[in-house]
Design a protein around this ligand. Structure first.
Ligand SMILES: [Zn+2]
Length: 279
């Protein structure tokens, strides 16, 4: 059967002599794996359609699990994201996160638009440390693990000060904080942004200026959340961590996380769902 879809390339791997297999995130069919024959040959018309981050229109035949590209056209190459350090690091991380958090064939219309908006925002030079945190929130929501940020997970109270507790499901008020001694103390700015990220469509993301200390808290909060609920061991994360740490060292106004923030061993160690290419 011949399919025609718009898609974003979230993974591209070598396959046999000169071919590639790309994984597309599509609005209607979720993730789709497609063989692009001859993609690695210099003269291939379809080589750029097989590059990661490409947004294109793809026609492919599909009988079994893998499709075979019939024809295609680039809508936006996102070549900006293949240059420098930031673009490739953040875009590769978002692509891998998407690939690993979303199941095959799961309709992903909303996440598709969020990823497209994420890549556009990066390409336009918006602050990658904010854009990526907003996108992480979209991924956890798409995977069914959106945190509850407005009511205490212990007693249901709202409109009080909270700590952020991934194991408890989000907010914990101070009287219930004993349930999770590792709950994070976040400043008002971090809470506000977490709520904005949760409610916002990435297509409407403007330019925001955020304190370095708040960015650090957001990074920690979302990292803990994803480690607790998604438990993915992402290859692209190490490089991103290096990049963000290096950025921290250069920033003058970095406040260390509040004293109650104690690093914990990642709960997902050894339980990585899969590291095989699965294609
Ligand atoms: Zn409570």
């Amino acid at each position: 059967m011949l399919y025609r879809v718009e898609g974003l390339v979230i993974r591209s791997t070598d396959y046999g002599e000169g071919n590639k297999i790309v994984t597309l995130l599509t609005p209607d069919f979720g993730k789709q794996g497609i063989v692009v024959r001859g993609a690695k040959k210099l003269k291939s018309r379809y080589g750029s359609l097989a590059q990661v981050f490409t947004y294109g229109d793809y026609s492919y035949y599909k009988g079994g699990t893998l499709g075979t590209l019939n024809s295609g056209e680039i809508i936006r190459s996102f070549h900006e994201l293949r240059q420098g350090l930031d673009g490739p690091a953040y875009a590769a991380y978002a692509a891998e996160l998407t690939d690993r958090a979303i199941n095959d064939d799961e309709a992903a219309a909303n996440l598709f638009h969020q990823l497209l908006a994420f890549q556009s925002a990066l390409a336009e030079g918006k602050d990658p440390q904010i854009v990526v945190r907003a996108y992480e929130m979209k991924v956890v929501a798409a995977a069914g693990y959106e945190p509850n940020l407005d009511e205490c997970a212990g007693c249901g109270k709202s409109n009080v000060a909270f700590r952020f507790s991934p194991p408890a499901g989000g907010a914990l008020c101070h009287s219930c904080a004993y349930r999770d001694p590792g709950a994070l103390e976040l400043d008002d700015g971090a809470w506000r942004l977490l709520r904005i990220f949760a409610g916002m469509d990435m297509r409407r993301l403007g330019n925001v200026s955020v304190k370095e200390s708040t960015k650090l808290q957001l990074r920690l909060a979302l990292r803990r959340w994803m480690d607790t609920h998604l438990g993915l061991n992402l290859k692209s994360r190490g490089f991103l961590d290096q990049l963000e740490k290096y950025g921290d060292m250069l920033s003058p106004d970095v406040a260390r996380p509040a004293p109650r923030v104690k690093p914990q061993p990642s709960p997902d160690e050894g339980t990585d769902r899969s590291d095989d290419p699965s294609v």
